[in-house]
Write a new protein. Structure first.
Length: 195
């Protein structure tokens, strides 16, 4: 966790674009060119507190192996397990477990409206909303891509992701507050209605 600000700034600085097969090497290259602590602070402030926390938490899981059905750093993540864990660990929000259900329970937004912390969805299995990632800004997102891979950052402009982009969703209602149900029965489960 002590490397979160460093990793966050590396991604926000957008050192390089990579194809999915090049991403692990890209992370290594980014670690070679370390930005100053002032850049880290400026990038964190630019994103906003809650969104910055989400992005930092997500980037803290870089390198965790993919595991189908996985929801923990110890055993690995699949795409929706990563999203669920990031939102729960950071904000105490319990999102649905499956990508398609995450899409159905969050607010649809236009791609042009993407902000850090928003969810990006893809059709990777010939069905809508079969893959999800967390948008981190500057056209990039963090996700758990597939078996044999690790949690990593990718660019939405890479042809593979651009062709399969399915839509964007926002968990937030507005910019300042993440809605949380504090009732003991609900257990901070977030179940918004689409507008």
């Amino acid at each position: 966790m002590r490397f979160l600000p460093l990793v966050f700034s590396l991604i926000v600085a957008s050192v390089a674009h990579a194809t999915p097969s090049e991403a692990p090497e890209e992370v290594g290259q980014m670690l070679i060119t370390l930005p100053t602590s002032q850049q880290v602070q400026a990038a964190s402030q630019a994103v906003g507190t809650k969104a910055g926390e989400l992005v930092s938490t997500a980037l803290g899981f870089l390198g965790v192996p993919y595991r189908r059905g996985g929801t923990s750093v110890d055993t690995g993540f699949d795409c929706s397990g990563l999203v669920k864990t990031v939102y729960q660990d950071t904000l105490g929000l319990v999102l649905p477990r499956v990508a398609s259900q995450q899409a159905a329970s969050t607010e649809k937004i236009d791609r042009k409206e993407l902000k850090p912390g928003d969810l990006v969805f893809f059709n990777t299995m010939r069905r809508a909303f079969s893959h999800v990632g967390i948008y981190i800004g500057d056209g990039k997102f963090v996700h758990a891509p597939r078996a044999g891979a690790e949690v990593r950052v990718e660019s939405l402009s890479v042809a593979y992701w651009r062709k399969r982009f399915n839509g964007a969703r926002r968990v937030l209602a507005g910019e300042e507050a993440y809605p949380v149900d504090d009732s003991p029965v609900a257990g901070n489960t977030y179940t918004p209605t689409l507008r």
